[in-house]
Design a protein around this ligand. Structure first.
Ligand code: SF4
Length: 98
Protein backbone atom coordinates (compact mmCIF):
# COMPACT_ATOMS: atom_id res chain seq x y z
CA UNK A 1 0.00 0.00 0.00
CA UNK A 2 1.21 3.51 -0.82
CA UNK A 3 1.26 5.73 2.27
CA UNK A 4 0.52 9.40 1.56
CA UNK A 5 3.41 11.74 2.31
CA UNK A 6 2.66 15.40 2.77
CA UNK A 7 4.77 18.30 1.52
CA UNK A 8 6.21 19.10 4.96
CA UNK A 9 7.53 15.55 5.28
CA UNK A 10 9.10 15.73 1.83
CA UNK A 11 10.72 19.08 2.58
CA UNK A 12 12.12 17.61 5.78
CA UNK A 13 14.19 15.24 3.63
CA UNK A 14 16.14 18.15 2.14
CA UNK A 15 19.44 19.22 3.67
CA UNK A 16 21.09 22.62 3.68
CA UNK A 17 24.64 23.77 3.87
CA UNK A 18 24.49 27.30 5.20
CA UNK A 19 27.11 29.77 3.99
CA UNK A 20 27.38 31.55 7.33
CA UNK A 21 27.52 35.31 7.05
CA UNK A 22 26.94 35.27 3.27
CA UNK A 23 23.20 35.07 2.62
CA UNK A 24 22.46 34.66 -1.09
CA UNK A 25 19.30 36.79 -0.89
CA UNK A 26 19.07 40.24 0.59
CA UNK A 27 16.32 42.81 0.99
CA UNK A 28 17.89 45.85 -0.62
CA UNK A 29 15.99 48.54 1.29
CA UNK A 30 14.25 47.03 4.33
CA UNK A 31 12.43 50.28 5.08
CA UNK A 32 10.65 50.05 1.72
CA UNK A 33 8.88 46.85 2.80
CA UNK A 34 7.39 48.65 5.75
CA UNK A 35 6.54 51.99 4.19
CA UNK A 36 5.84 51.36 0.49
CA UNK A 37 4.84 47.74 -0.06
CA UNK A 38 1.12 47.15 0.30
CA UNK A 39 1.16 43.40 -0.31
CA UNK A 40 4.34 41.97 1.26
CA UNK A 41 3.73 39.02 -1.06
CA UNK A 42 7.05 37.40 -0.18
CA UNK A 43 5.73 36.65 3.30
CA UNK A 44 3.15 34.19 1.96
CA UNK A 45 4.54 33.02 -1.40
CA UNK A 46 7.80 31.60 -0.07
CA UNK A 47 7.41 27.81 0.31
CA UNK A 48 10.11 27.75 2.97
CA UNK A 49 8.70 30.67 4.99
CA UNK A 50 11.99 32.55 4.80
CA UNK A 51 10.19 35.91 4.92
CA UNK A 52 8.26 36.91 7.99
CA UNK A 53 5.86 39.82 8.44
CA UNK A 54 6.67 41.43 11.76
CA UNK A 55 4.20 43.14 14.06
CA UNK A 56 5.74 46.55 13.40
CA UNK A 57 5.09 46.25 9.64
CA UNK A 58 8.63 45.32 8.67
CA UNK A 59 9.70 42.13 6.87
CA UNK A 60 12.56 39.94 8.04
CA UNK A 61 14.39 37.42 5.88
CA UNK A 62 16.30 34.34 7.00
CA UNK A 63 17.60 32.39 4.01
CA UNK A 64 18.83 29.25 5.76
CA UNK A 65 16.00 27.00 4.54
CA UNK A 66 15.72 28.55 1.06
CA UNK A 67 14.74 26.12 -1.71
CA UNK A 68 16.22 28.39 -4.43
CA UNK A 69 12.90 28.44 -6.27
CA UNK A 70 13.22 32.13 -7.22
CA UNK A 71 9.61 33.02 -6.38
CA UNK A 72 10.54 35.96 -4.18
CA UNK A 73 12.75 37.39 -6.90
CA UNK A 74 9.83 37.34 -9.31
CA UNK A 75 7.05 38.41 -7.00
CA UNK A 76 8.85 41.45 -5.61
CA UNK A 77 8.21 43.25 -8.88
CA UNK A 78 6.48 46.23 -7.33
CA UNK A 79 9.72 47.60 -5.93
CA UNK A 80 12.37 45.11 -7.14
CA UNK A 81 13.64 45.15 -3.58
CA UNK A 82 15.22 41.69 -3.57
CA UNK A 83 18.88 41.10 -4.47
CA UNK A 84 19.03 37.43 -5.42
CA UNK A 85 21.79 35.10 -6.51
CA UNK A 86 22.47 31.39 -6.20
CA UNK A 87 24.57 30.33 -3.22
CA UNK A 88 28.25 29.71 -3.79
CA UNK A 89 29.19 26.25 -5.02
CA UNK A 90 28.86 23.65 -2.32
CA UNK A 91 26.35 25.68 -0.31
CA UNK A 92 22.57 25.89 -0.27
CA UNK A 93 19.88 23.26 -0.54
CA UNK A 94 20.59 19.62 -1.19
CA UNK A 95 17.46 18.02 -2.61
CA UNK A 96 16.69 14.42 -1.94
CA UNK A 97 15.05 12.74 -4.91
CA UNK A 98 13.01 9.58 -4.77
FE1 SF4 B 1 11.64 31.39 -0.47
FE2 SF4 B 1 11.98 30.55 -3.00
FE3 SF4 B 1 12.77 33.02 -2.28
FE4 SF4 B 1 14.11 30.87 -1.37
S1 SF4 B 1 13.97 31.57 -3.53
S2 SF4 B 1 13.48 32.66 -0.16
S3 SF4 B 1 12.41 29.37 -1.11
S4 SF4 B 1 10.64 32.23 -2.32
Amino acid sequence: MNAAVNVEEKLFQNRYRVDAGRPHIRIKQPDLCRTECGTQSCTYVCPASCYKAEGNGSVTLITDGCLECGSCRIICNEHANVAWEYPRGGYGVLFKFG
